[in-house]
Design a protein around this ligand. Structure first.
Ligand SMILES: Cc1cc2nc3c(=O)[nH]c(=O)nc-3n(C[C@H](O)[C@H](O)[C@H](O)COP(=O)(O)OP(=O)(O)OC[C@H]3O[C@@H](n4cnc5c(N)ncnc54)[C@H](O)[C@@H]3O)c2cc1C
Length: 447
């Protein structure tokens, strides 16, 4: 086996598991090539800090890792249900929106099928180009495990799907254990220690905020939940079928063909389909619980719309927050919390610390990512790096969701296989790559 990897995938989230499952469907994992996936966490669970028992998937389960590219794939959600003997009972739930915990179990089931290819507790820290005698540069990759040990490996191709970095507003950045990001909610002891005397403040008004509020009101006896937003509370997610038509891979291909102004226009018009909005089922559940509290002659939910946080100060195991209301007048309010949960979203920056040193091409601070999801570099010898989940400006709103994940897995998988073939021709090695690219069963059909 070569000491240079043919493919290194970074991150065992749904995106890369979809690419890996496609490589297997296409026969590339059995072809003697050297393929590895590294994940910095200890398993492939899906957003474990927000795996609330009351939360469900926000896309149809048919948008799983494989079904839409190949309904007969062994890696569909249905096949997972069948193998785990859950199919009949799941059918009688009459839903296309399984719990997020069940979907996470499905992802771990897929990862378990590829355990020989995946290394956990293994984080990519640095990338460096090194020239190769044959064609494209090779990438030198610095890996660190949880014991702090470092390993340096080489790869011809890299698929980067790291997800996004939790964002906390500057005024709330603190060492305090009582200020956490929503993505850590279930992992933090400060959130586990809540009681009827506790006051939890949620900052933000999007889906994560809504899901945590629902969970606190329905499943815990927490005494008081306050919600702070600089805007109106709450706005509902537009998930009508015409919108869902846009969240499909063929429409992402259309989006790619638009000019920059057209792309920007479409993205801004679709903001209420995914950003700072909450799905109707969650809003109804919160409202019903608030009504039920009212019948019990108590109030637990307090809303602070149109409010800016001006200061936060730790005071004897509590945090005092000063708010400035922007409507109807400029009243200042101080509230004291036992726990502040910043449901303030994510920054789209993780990939930059790895890739920027390789000097990729950019437009308006966005990396240029081609139609096959490879990053565009100025130098022709630059290595093949595929970037997932960071090119919404070019691939459209679908890119940050599960919606086009299975077809994208195939597009990237085909490009990886094609590059491996090309490399074999250049180096004279005789790999036994499959003929998946010529197989019409695997072609993506556009509308
Ligand atoms: C709570 C939550 C719920 C969501 N629910 C939905 C939903 O219902 N429907 C929907 O369409 N979208 C949903 N999304 C959006 C969702 O993030 C994406 O759809 C999907 O998880 C993206 O997959 P990914 O594999 O690109 O990234 P992720 O799932 O974020 O996985 C990235 C992985 O890379 C690993 N990693 C990062 N850096 C490194 C490194 N340097 N070295 C090694 N490993 C690394 C991370 O540990 C992580 O496991 C949700 C997002 C969140 C936060």
């Amino acid at each position: 086996m070569s000491t240079i990897l043919d493919i290194l995938l970074v991150g065992a989230g749904p995106a890369n598991l979809s690419v890996l499952s496609y490589l297997d469907e296409a026969g590339a994992l059995k072809s003697g090539h050297n393929i590895r996936l590294v994940e910095k966490r200890e398993n492939a669970s899906w957003h474990p800090g927000l795996a609330l028992p009351t939360s469900t998937l926000q896309v149809s389960l048919l948008k799983d890792l494989a079904f839409l590219r190949n309904p007969t794939s062994p890696y569909t959600f249905f096949n997972y249900l069948k193998e785990e003997k859950l199919l009949y009972q799941f059918m009688h739930l009459n839903t296309y929106y399984p719990s997020r915990n069940l979907f996470s179990n499905y992802l771990e089931w897929i990862a378990s099928k590829f355990q020989n290819f995946i290394s956990y507790n293994c984080e990519v820290r640095k990338l460096r180009n090194i020239p190769s005698a044959h064609g494209k540069d090779i990438l030198e990759v610095t890996l660190t495990n949880d014991a702090g040990e470092t390993e340096i490996i080489k790869t011809r191709q890299l698929v980067l799907s790291q997800g996004h970095k939790p964002f906390i507003p500057e005024v709330l950045l603190s060492e305090s254990k009582q200020i956490i990001h929503s993505s850590q909610f279930l992992n933090r002891t400060s959130a586990k220690a809540l009681s009827a005397e506790s006051h939890v403040v949620i900052v933000g008004r999007g889906q994560s905020a809504g899901e945590i509020i629902r969970f606190l009101l329905e499943k815990t006896d927490v005494g008081k939940v306050s919600v702070i937003s600089r805007d109106f509370l709450f706005k509902s997610t537009d998930a009508n079928p015409f919108v869902n038509d846009i969240y499909t891979y063929p429409r992402a291909i259309d989006f790619f063909s638009y000019d920059i102004a057209g792309r920007k226009n479409m993205l801004s018009g679709l903001r209420n389909t995914n950003y700072a909005t909450v799905t109707d089922d969650v809003l109804s559940a919160i409202y019903e619980q608030t009504f039920s509290d009212r019948i019990d002659q108590r109030q637990r939910l307090y809303l602070y719309p149109y409010s800016l946080i001006k200061a936060a100060e730790e005071q004897a195991n509590k945090i005092a927050i000063t708010l400035q209301q922007t409507q109807p007048d400029k009243t200042a309010v101080t509230i004291t919390a036992d726990l502040i949960v910043c449901a303030t979203g994510f920054e789209n920056t993780l990939h930059k610390s790895l890739i920027n040193s390789l000097k990729p091409e950019c437009i308006d601070d966005d990396l240029v990512v081609k139609d096959d999801f490879s990053v565009q570099f100025g130098a022709p010898a630059s290595p093949d790096i595929f970037l997932i989940n960071h090119s919404q400006a070019q691939h459209g709103p679908t890119e940050h969701t599960l919606a086009g994940i299975s077809e994208r897995g195939k597009v990237i998988g085909d490009a990886l296989i094609k590059n491996m073939r090309h490399c074999e021709r250049e180096t004279g090695s005789n790999g036994t790559l499959p003929d998946a690219l010529n197989n019409k069963d695997y072609k993506i059909v556009t509308h």
